[in-house]
Design a protein around this ligand. Sequence first.
Ligand SMILES: C[S@@+](CC[C@H](N)C(=O)[O-])C[C@H]1O[C@@H](n2cnc3c(N)ncnc32)[C@H](O)[C@@H]1O
Length: 281
Amino acid sequence: MVFERAFDYGLQMNAPHLGQNKPPHPDDQVGEGESPTTHFGFRTVAEAEKSGMVRAVFDAVAPKYDLMNDLMSAGIHRLWKSAMVDWLAPRPGQAIIDVAGGTGDIAFRLLDRMGDNARPVTICDINAEMLSAGRNRAVDQGRLTGVNWICGNAEALPFPDMSFDAYTIAFGLRNVTVIDQALTEARRVLKPGGRMLCLEFSQVLVPVLDKLYDAYSFQVLPWLGGLIANDREAYRYLAESIRRFPDQPALAARLKAAGLEQVKVRNLSGGIAALHSGWRI
Ligand SMILES: C[S@@+](CC[C@H](N)C(=O)[O-])C[C@H]1O[C@@H](n2cnc3c(N)ncnc32)[C@H](O)[C@@H]1O
């Protein structure tokens, strides 16, 4: 089943193992005189290095990105993305930003959902290659208008305060250098009453499925990445970065710490992915 139960931040009660298994983030533990560090997969790297490394990953995979998504997930990423748009239930007239929007999957779904009276959706992504692949895709689909393609960083969004009714980010937050900075920016650009939705890989909650998923992501994914996108390392980074990302309760706590309210979480496919929702009140 793709779409599972909804729970709020209190889920920690139902799944006590969550939130306790991750080492503290190095970006929270900078000693005096040390330059701040973060993760690039399992490696600890200087914060200043990470965005360049992430950019190199997506430069390399951009041409095969959409094909790889379908192959890796047997098409299930489409259901997760639709679940995100369903939960947001966007209305025509709303100003929406899709951060780390890459090749447009979320923006296209939002536009299709809002119909003819939709305002253009803004995609903001740090990687010009991904945006270029997205623009080509839009043209191939006959979408000549409807998306504002902006190259920018989730941690320093090039938009004024209170610009958007909704902020979405799908499989992007894991890649930013300082997650809390991106969350602070999300809240800043939202209007009061605006909503943030994050779709991201998360922690598998189903015994046995977690072991199978581990074997799949560390053995099969890099092999598939080597075969199709000619980049085994990029897909090893994917598997590692998923393991390093905060689990459901930890991410919910970080949304709250960034000032988002009424934070709720929905697991998808047993926790392989999760949706986090929060509001700027
Ligand atoms: C896995 S792709 C997800 C693309 C799209 N949201 C989707 O779900 O298909 C991650 C995207 O995050 C972008 N990205 C990584 N770091 C970013 C940052 N700091 N700011 C904005 N985008 C970023 C990458 O360029 C890439 O396009």
